[in-house]
Design a protein around this ligand. Sequence first.
Ligand SMILES: [Zn+2]
Length: 259
Amino acid sequence: MPDVLIVLGSSSGLPTRRRFAPGYALTAAGKLFLLDCGAPASTLLYRYDLDPVEVEAVFVSHWHMDHVANLGLFLSQNRLLKRTSPLAIYGPRGTRGKVRRLLSDSFLLTDELSYKLRITNIECNEPYQEALLQVTYFKTQHLEKPKLKTQFGSKATACGMVIDGPGWRVVYSGDLTSPQELGPYIEGCDVLVHEMAHVDPEEVAEFAATAKVPQVLISHIGPEFDEAPEKIVEAFARCYRGKLTVAEDGTRLRLKGKR
Ligand SMILES: [Zn+2]
């Protein structure tokens, strides 16, 4: 099976009639992973001929509901399917406690799962390896607000990720305030998966053109563009010469090795 990125959900925090909340299935050298879990991954994986019990790891960018809403169901589904292989979950500080509470709040005990959960509160800029996939988180400004810090401390952290597969690199913006935040992480990027809920298309197009990113997938699409993705295409056409895809739910990108 070639390496692919499948958009399970392409909406912003406001799901619409045509878009589920964000979530992506990613395969690398035959292994299956999830990036965020806002979309109903449990059902959608089947729809794309993928098996929920074969997911090796879930990488959570941050704990806003649109990025995690279906994680609990995915965990209980794997239990009911009698999954036996371990499942890894990665996310910002607080993830371990949140997943445990999610299970216990729905009367599931971690030791009663049929499989071992390996939960990692990530450190930014540290590479994490799962099979042939390497994921390095970086912090974005999305949750860097004084009020949130007062209320929730450093658990209010949102991240993007540099995702290295066999011969390819995807940069996943997560949620941020400006594409310029990706400056230090964009080198060597083959596909930039960029949100369109908190930024302008012109801004992202200019950034991608300047950074010479060969391919851009625009997803996490705000209400303004939900029924008018051509507005994004038009903005990119002014300055970006690479390959642009504006995601719909079910969009599939082949990830090809350079080497
Ligand atoms: Zn979001």
